[in-house]
Design a protein around this ligand. Structure first.
Ligand SMILES: NC(=O)c1ccc[n+]([C@@H]2O[C@H](COP(=O)([O-])OP(=O)(O)OC[C@H]3O[C@@H](n4cnc5c(N)ncnc54)[C@H](OP(=O)(O)O)[C@@H]3O)[C@@H](O)[C@H]2O)c1
Length: 328
């Protein structure tokens, strides 16, 4: 039977989420990849055990994670039941609804019909009684934000979620829905946008908007899906995400396109005495709105590398300028 490491809280950093009462670990684990039915369950179990042993108390899911869609929630649910049940109150588990999940007009976006049914399905697949955070996964251009916000608020009122988040909303959309949540007194606390050295869009408005509203960001793909690591420095490994046919968002072309910059960034990381992954995560955590970097991992050793980012979070002005120049 799994027994969590007694020293699990000794070295992780926990950051407050905006002005809320909740703290989350500086590194959180996402189950978008590597937790589907095509992945080995024992590897999934090993990653979750090691993560928790390292103080990573937050696991992030969504209805559509797999493949196939739904299988990451189902596999997580199985491991949770077998190994983590007694640790429920030490965990922050999130899920989301927004992307395509089932056929017909009610299987995606932001209607009340979809959000409530999807959350019920996610609770059933994971076997949980409630989610700590439930997200609107993407803004719906056709449904009024008020409807989406009221549906999320109802999840809280009915005990199915403790806190609410939004993901992939622009600064403007965050302002708009933030006002509605405020009127409703919904515990909306967090935004989940993509952010990494190669995709800095949140610096143009969203960071300020979140700080102004007293919210935090938990940023996804902080390693640009593996590009900002040593994974592709010497070619494209057979078992890497860029090679996997079930992972269409990181292409081999993208690896080739970015390689020259990645090598230069790797030199900067070496001078800091860090791996590129460690430096990339530390760099993300410098943004004042970022409470946590939401990493993925295909093996335990990656988690062990990534938490070492916490050993050197500071950058000199010169290092930041060198990084900016490489990224230009
Ligand atoms: N809200 C949204 O719309 C949205 C979208 C995307 C993701 N997310 C969330 O964010 C989470 C993380 O996204 P992501 O998986 O793209 O994050 P990421 O951390 O940028 O990429 C993870 C991948 O990078 C590689 N990697 C990680 N650490 C490494 C290390 N130390 N050395 C070498 N390679 C390393 C592994 O690739 P290999 O598999 O090649 O080993 C791993 O699978 C997801 O699981 C999900 O929870 C949310």
């Amino acid at each position: 039977m799994y027994q969590a490491n007694e020293a699990r809280y000794d070295s992780m950093v926990y950051n407050r989420v905006g002005k809320s009462g909740l703290k989350i670990p500086a590194l959180s684990l996402g189950l978008w990849h590597n937790f589907g039915d095509t992945d080995l369950i024992e590897n999934q179990r090993a990653i979750l055990h090691r993560a928790f042993d390292l103080g990573i108390t937050h696991f992030d899911l969504a209805n559509n994670y797999g493949p196939e869609a739904g299988s990451a929630e189902k596999n997580f649910g199985r491991i949770f039941k077998e190994d983590f049940k007694s640790y429920r109150d030490e965990l922050i588990i999130s899920s989301k609804a927004g992307y395509h999940m089932w056929s017909g007009p009610y299987g995606e976006w932001g209607s009340r019909k979809y959000i409530i049914s999807s959350a019920d399905q996610s609770l059933k697949r994971t076997g949980l009684d409630y989610f700590d955070i439930f997200y609107s996964h993407r803004p719906d251009p056709e449904t009024p934000f008020e409807e989406t916000a009221l549906a999320l608020d109802q999840l809280v009122k009915s005990g199915k979620a403790l806190y609410i988040g939004i993901s992939n909303y622009s600064a403007e959309q965050t302002r708009e829905i933030g006002k509605i949540f405020k009127e409703l007194k919904t515990p909306f606390i967090i935004h989940q946008p993509r952010y990494n050295m190669m995709d800095r869009w949140i610096e143009e408005g969203l960071t300020d908007e979140l700080l102004e509203q007293g919210k935090s960001a938990i940023v996804f793909s902080p390693l640009a899906q593996g590009l900002l690591t040593n994974r592709y420095l010497h070619g494209i490994p057979e078992d890497s995400r860029a090679r996997r046919s079930d992972s269409p968002f990181l292409t081999e072309d993208r690896v080739e396109e970015t390689l020259a910059k990645v090598k230069k960034l790797n030199d900067v990381a070496e001078k800091r005495g860090q791996t590129l992954a460690e430096m990339a995560l530390a760099w993300n955590l410098q943004n004042p709105a970022v409470a946590s970097v939401l990493i993925g991992a295909s093996r335990v050793s990656q988690l062990e590398d990534n938490v070492k980012a916490l050993n050197n979070l500071d950058f000199s002005k010169e290092e930041l300028t060198t990084i900016d120049n490489v990224l230009k």
